[in-house]
Design a protein around this ligand. Sequence first.
Ligand SMILES: [Zn+2]
Length: 337
Amino acid sequence: MTYYKVELSSNGMLPNYPRFIWIGYILLKHWKDLYIASKGSSDAFEDVLTGVLDSVIDWDKTGFIKTSDKLTLPDRQKLFFWQRINCKGPEVTLLFKCGSCGELNEVKVDLTTINEDRIKQKIKNEKIEINDVKYNLKVPVREDLLKLNKLLNEYKFNAFKKLSNYLYINEIETLNSELDRVNNRTNVLILEKMKSMKTNEIEEIKKDANTKREEIKNKIQEYQNKTDSSLKEVNDILGKFYLKQLNSISDIKSYKDLEFDDPYTNYLVSLILCIENYPEENIVNFMLNIPGNILKILEQYVSLIYHGFEKSVKTECVFCKDTIFRKLDLTPDFFLT
Ligand SMILES: [Zn+2]
């Protein structure tokens, strides 16, 4: 395989990180794999991209790393664009609806003309102090993202287990359906006795049913009290999640119903990714309890290490001449046009 030297957007400014990647062209089967993966989640696409890139990089010439999971996301995108430009040409056709007039636009974008930000100064191994503990700052690579996502999922799973101990949703549901059964059975029995005009037996059936109903209602109240008394803990757990889709607590059926996916948490996650040795246990509590003044330090660091291609391209609607910013996602556009 012939290897070509590609300079990364991080520009040789990161410690223990390559400036150039020696890479060969990916194969036709790789294009097919990437296209299929692009139809799924971004995680699925990035997984396939790792396998594809790793199979065509000369690691001895490249140095420092042995897998593209140890590259930053923008540097991985740079390599993907390089493949796209060299294998299929620089032009990509983007299809989108104009937000102003609603007409469907077809715009050709030249990937070689998209602005690329490079890191301008050497990034040193800096340390910060949070509540008297020293932490190392680092430029996050894909591997760090995978690790943090795994920890957040585990956190969600444990929170769900705790919630189901506090909430007696299942028990209350079972008792309510038992109550329904008692009511139905009583009605059937009363109807039968009414035919034979046995009024004293009907009174007895009603008395029995009332006793059973009381019993069940007391049990429901007992579970309800248990839930209410743990309400503070329940709210503490729920407060950490984004629960936009839920109408009530009883809608929580699995840990997947607990979401971190609000813009502010995503932003905090992007900052935490720059802390190398954060505590793995209770990562969410750690993240939410960092003193506010640290925010400024982390934000400065994030802007210092910013690199990669511009996230959207500016285009003009051919019908109404309105300016439209179109996000440059890794969509199937990159493969079929
Ligand atoms: Zn328009």
